[in-house]
Design a protein around this ligand. Structure first.
Ligand SMILES: Nc1ncnc2c1ncn2[C@@H]1O[C@H](COP(=O)(O)OP(=O)(O)OP(=O)(O)O)[C@@H](O)[C@H]1O
Length: 253
């Protein structure tokens, strides 16, 4: 398996706070990996570090040479008065032909939106346009930070189906941050549960059964209460080392 991006002992600080500590991460061609974790657990920071938007305090990030990344950020505020059409937006920052733009919009299920003002799209249409723009760089890896934010359940399910289609058509790896736990569990090859460090990771099944995951997300008998009292002295089925999982009073999502 060829690794596209990896980190070795990555720590990131914001001000005096260590937001990520000692993260080992890697993603290979064609994999769908999802990062889950409570609010403020460092998910966006990890994503941003992977694409070079955050500086490592310790450790490092390695990217395959010539890697093409299609990135959909968590937030993109579009001024409602900005007279920017979908078509023009798709040509930022790099110009694309009408044929390429049409194909990308077709592929993401929103054909014909080109002339529409970007600021007046629905949430679901906007996410699909963002995905179309990310696909235009012919990515080796698509990185999506909470791509279904604000979408209803059918919209969310349709979006993940689309992501899977893109993966099977292009072979691109997909790295997502998500709060849609149920969908994550069915749509990902691998799940990483983050809480300032990697609490647990593995196949969706392994993670769903991991005590750290269940505690963080309030699943099972202990629920949210277990957040404050559970222990992490256990081994993992996948042979990875035991980890300690510190909590700073996060509530579950
Ligand atoms: N630029 C910054 N300056 C200072 N602190 C920051 C900055 N960016 C993030 N942080 C802090 O780092 C921590 C992790 O933030 P991050 O956005 O990575 O979390 P997250 O897991 O993506 O959260 P959410 O689920 O709420 O989107 C938070 O405590 C946040 O306040």
């Amino acid at each position: 398996m060829s690794t596209l991006i990896s980190t070795q002992g990555l720590s990131v600080r914001h001000g005096g706070n260590t937001v990520l500590s000692n993260v080992q991460f890697s993603i290979a061609r064609g994999e769908i990996v999802t990062v889950v974790g409570p609010n403020g657990s460092g998910k966006s920071t990890l994503i941003r570090a992977l694409i070079g938007l955050e500086t490592a305090a310790t450790g490092k990030v390695s990217r395959a040479s010539g890697l093409s990344v299609g990135y959909v950020p968590q937030k993109l505020h579009i001024d409602a008065s900005l007279p920017l059409s979908v078509r023009r937006f798709l040509s930022l920052p790099k110009r694309v032909s009408d044929a390429q733009a049409d194909e990308a919009l077709e592929r993401t299920g929103v054909p014909g939106l080109g002339p529409r003002p970007l600021a007046r799209l629905s949430g679901g249409q906007f996410q699909r346009v963002l995905l179309a723009r990310a696909l235009l760089v012919n990515p080796d890896i698509l990185i999506l930070d909470e791509p279904t934010q604000g979408l209803d359940q059918p919209g969310t399910a349709a979006f993940y189906k689309l992501i899977e289609e893109v993966r099977s058509q292009t072979g691109a790896a997909v790295l997502m941050v998500s709060h849609d736990l149920h969908v994550v569990m069915s749509a990902s090859d691998r799940v990483i549960c983050l809480n300032g460090h990697v609490c647990c990771e593995g196949t969706p099944k392994v993670v769903a059964e991991a005590p750290e995951y269940r505690a963080l997300f309030g699943i099972g008998t202990g629920g949210a209460f277990a957040l404050y009292q559970h222990h992490h002295d256990h081994g993992h089925d996948d042979g990875s080392a035991s980890q300690t999982c510190g909590h700073e009073g996060h509530t579950h999502v």
